[in-house]
Design a protein around this ligand. Sequence first.
Ligand SMILES: [Mg+2]
Length: 284
Amino acid sequence: MPDLGELFPPLIGIGGVGDRPPRVLRGDLQPALAKLGDIRPGQLLLATDFDGTLAPITAEPNTASALPENLAIIDRLIDYGVHVAVISGRAQHDLRQRIPIAGSRLLGDNGIGGPTPEERRALNRFNSKAGRMIARQPGVWLESKPGSTSVHYRGAPDAGPDLRIAVLPIANRFGLVSTVGRMVIEVSPRRADKGRALLVLIAGLEPKAVIYAGDDEPDHSAFATLSRLPTPHLSVGVSSTERPAKSFGNCDLVVDGPDGMSAFLRALSERMARFGVEDPLAPD
Ligand SMILES: [Mg+2]
C-alpha cells in the first residue's frame, strides 16, 4: 500500500474553498466524529455501502470500482484495528473482487448469506416474468444475482415510473420486496435488509461505536437501525444529483459523492491514527 501522505496531500478547506467544490454538504466533520466519544479503533465498527458511496455510479454496474483513495484509507483503518464492513446488494464474489482488502468484512446480497430454496424459487419466477416484460424495452435490463435481482434502467431513465408500476406488483406477487434505488429496482427476499445486516454485525462484534455510510434508498434501513442504537453512532449520507442532500434528513453528516466520502474517511483515519497501528498480539 503506498504512503497515504503521498496519495493525499492535505485537504485545504474540506468545507469548500475557492473553486474547490464542497465535499461536506451538511454538518461538520470534527464535531460529528466527536459524537463517537473517545473510542479506540478496535471498538469502532465502520459499515458502508459500496455503489455510489465508495465507488462512483457507472452506466454499466460491471465497470464500477471504488475510488483508490477510499480503498487505501479503509486498508489503513483496518491496520489501526477498526472493524470495517461493506454491505451491498452485489453478489458476494462480485464484492470481493472490488474490495481486495484483507480484514474487510463483506456482506454481499445485503448479508443474507444466500437465499433459501424457497426464496430462490420466488426469485426465479420473478426473473422469468419480469424478464419477459422488459425484454423489448431498450436501456432496461435484468441482473439476476445469487440472492436478489436488480432491474436496471440507467440506459432509459424516463422508463422509471412505468417500470415501477409494472415490476413492483410482480415482486409482491412472489412474496419479494422491491426497493427503488438510483435508476435501479432491487428485488429481494424480505429478510435482505441492510438494517438487519448491520444488526447481525453489531451482535457479533459488540462495537462501542458504529458508523454507517450510504447513498441510496436501501441504506435508509441501516440509518434507521443506527438511530435506535444505545451506543454512540454516526450516520453519513452520500449525496448525488439523484439523491440530493435533503434526502438524508436524519443523517449527522451529508457528503458529496464518493469524493466526499474520501474526505470523511480521511478525517476518521486521522482521528484513529493517534492510536497507531494495532499490535495483533496485544491484549484487548
Ligand atoms: Mg449505493
